[in-house]
Write a protein that binds this ligand. Sequence first.
Ligand SMILES: Nc1nc2c(c(=O)[nH]1)N[C@H]1C(S)=C(S)[C@@H](COP(=O)(O)O)O[C@H]1N2
Ligand SMILES: [Mo]
Length: 381
Amino acid sequence: MTPTRRDFVRTALAAPLLAGIARGQDAAKSPFPGLIVRSHEPRNLEFPVAELRDPIVPNEHFFVRSHFAVPQLEAKTWRLKVEGAVNTPLDLSLDDLKALPTKTLTATLECAGNGRVHLAPPVPGLQWGQGAVGNAEWAGVPLATLLEKAGVKDAAVDVVLEGADKGQVAGPPSSPGAIPFARSVPMEKAKKPEVLLAHTMNGETLPASHGYPLRAVVGGWYGMASVKWLTRIVVTDKPFQGFWQTLDYSYFERRDGQPTLVPVTTIRPKAILARPGLHEVIPAGKPFRMFGAAWAGESAVEKVDVSLDSGKTWAAGRLLGEAKPLQWVFWEYVWEKPAAGPAAIVARATDDAGRTQPATRDPDLRTYMINHLVPTGVTVR
Ligand SMILES: Nc1nc2c(c(=O)[nH]1)N[C@H]1C(S)=C(S)[C@@H](COP(=O)(O)O)O[C@H]1N2
Ligand SMILES: [Mo]
């Protein structure tokens, strides 16, 4: 088993606390301090990254990102339609869907706006810290299975995933009246095994806030593609240009010297710190264990480096377990002899294709894909 912060805290515990455990209460396990409310209604909740414990985040602690009120869907009446450029349109009940072969997929979802609070000057949008991210084991039916059943026509290019939630986006930019949340996945990605229609999250029925009864999980892509409360899938013969991949969740790519708007898709490499926290006081002269998570979308994390001087010099961290594509890996770095004074800690992930985190923010990315290096200031005393 890989060591977790809880194990570390436990080994560092003094006798009185162990006596507490003997009395039948797990004194080493501090109570969960609660998710951070980023917006009350619609409900948007951030995971407090200092509470990272296990690589699988429990359902009730998983961050929530919803654009509209949670639609109240019932298993009895819920249907999933598959239509558009297909030979045989489908209209499935939840039982029909559950009767199909089930696959499991461990995947990290990160909101494209995660870390937005670190953009300067401030920008509109939910002001996420680093906790709009989570990792879970999803189970359901691969999207490819339904596409195969429906028989995709040769001209098909995009698969539009539509949720049952809808509303008017106030903007700017505003939506043309009330519209459902929807995102498309190009056919090539849609057929990959990491694109799942999940009815199960960490072995439990998908919770209402995470898309009950069915959501997409588009492994390796930012969260906006993982459409919740899925009720309709439309195969299109032209690239889909919906609100959430043009006006929202898009960025500028330089093509032939022209900034061209393209949809946000794959997750970029990122490492976050669970410890130390901002302004944490670290005891001088004693080994201090830094710890966090790192992920790299469709690639696997190759390494995590740590800097104690705001990125001037780097040392190699240690990955806690095998790094795999689509899911995060925990890492640690032991600072053997912290010397008194201020320090600026940075962790930096590099993936197996050599991609890493930039030192400065690229304005072409607008308000998404925030993975530039942000030092965490601490004091050693
Ligand atoms: N139907 C629907 N699906 C949605 C959203 C939404 O508002 N409506 N939000 C998306 C965004 S932006 C993210 S980051 C993820 C968050 O998934 P979670 O709430 O399960 O963490 O859901 C995505 N799927
Ligand atoms: Mo998101």
